[in-house]
Structures are given as structure tokens and as C-alpha cells.
Design a protein around this ligand. Structure first.
Ligand code: IDP
Ligand code: MG
Length: 139
């Protein structure tokens, strides 16, 4: 067991649908601690930068427009195995393959508009946390 930090986002669909509280409730109920939190409306160039690892993928243009279509909530979650715990709470990328009881299975009805983002490795967590939060903003 490793104490980790990870970057979570509630995507524009989750914010627009009034699911901020429900998503955060699930994180806290499973022992994840919120160490930073803010609402941001990403300009398109910033959405493109955040998802640069996917720039060759067919869904990149659509995804980056979606991610800049409205405000998102970005947060740092901390806890034992926080990266995997968060991924487990999110469920699979495609909501149709997500395990019952996960955020995506319960709320997403679109592969792209799937409510939440979570870092997938310690390296991406570190880079994604630095993308959103400076030293002063981290508790
Ligand atoms: P993840 O969010 O579960 O880590 P990634 O493969 O990193 O999934 O993809 C990033 C995001 O891109 C997904 O959360 C989803 O919004 C979008 N995405 C991934 N695959 C597809 C697809 O096949 N069609 C449309 N959008 C996709
Ligand atoms: Mg990913």
C-alpha cells in the first residue's frame, strides 16, 4: 500500500448535470482525501495541452472541444493507492463496460462524456497535478 496523490476532474457533463456533490461524496465515502479543489473553464488550447497524449487518436478533436465546452472541477485526491482507488470508483472508460456501482456505470451514457477523469499512473498524476495546481494551492 502506497500513499499517493492523483488528479481527478469532474468533466463538463458532470458539472452541468448537477453531479459534483454525488461524485465528491463517493470519493470521501471511500477514504480519499481532497487536498485541492477548483472549478475551471478550460480554454481549448489548455484542453488540447492536457490531453496531448491522445493527439493522434480519432476522438482528440471532439474530446478537447467537449472538455472546453463548460466548467470542470479539478481536484487532488490523496490516500492509500489513491490512483487505483479513484480509477476503481470511476469505472471503465466505456460506461457499457464499467462495473455496476461505478460512477461511469451509474451516470454516463456516452463514451466521450463519461463524467470523470482520473490519472492512470504516478507519472501522469504528478504531471496532471502540476497542470492545475501550484504549490500554494496544495494543502
Ligand atoms: P480514461 O479517461 O478512462 O483514462 P482514456 O483512454 O485516457 O480513458 O481516454 C480519455 C478520454 O477520451 C475518455 O475518458 C473519454 O472521454 C474519451 N474517449 C476515450 N476513448 C474514446 C472513444 O473511443 N470515443 C470517444 N471518446 C473516447
Ligand atoms: Mg486516461
Amino acid at each position: 500500500m502506497e500513499w499517493e496523490q492523483t488528479l481527478s476532474m469532474i468533466k463538463p457533463d458532470g458539472v452541468a448535470r448537477g453531479l459534483i456533490g454525488e461524485v465528491i461524496r463517493r470519493f470521501e465515502a471511500h477514504g480519499l482525501k481532497i487536498r485541492a479543489l477548483k472549478m475551471v473553464h478550460l480554454p481549448l488550447d489548455q484542453a488540447r495541452a492536457f490531453y496531448a497524449v491522445h493527439k493522434e487518436r480519432p476522438f482528440y478533436v471532439s474530446l478537447t472541444h467537449f472538455m472546453s465546452s463548460g466548467p470542470i472541477v479539478a481536484m487532488i485526491l490523496a490516500g492509500e493507492n489513491a490512483i487505483q482507488v479513484n480509477r476503481d470508483l470511476m469505472g471503465a472508460t466505456d460506461y457499457r463496460q464499467a462495473a455496476p456501482g461505478t460512477i461511469r456505470a451509474d451516470f454516463a451514457r456516452d463514451v466521450e462524456q463519461n463524467l470523470v477523469h482520473g490519472s492512470d499512473s504516478p507519472e501522469s498524476a504528478q504531471a496532471e497535478i502540476a497542470f492545475f495546481f501550484n504549490e500554494l494551492e496544495r494543502v
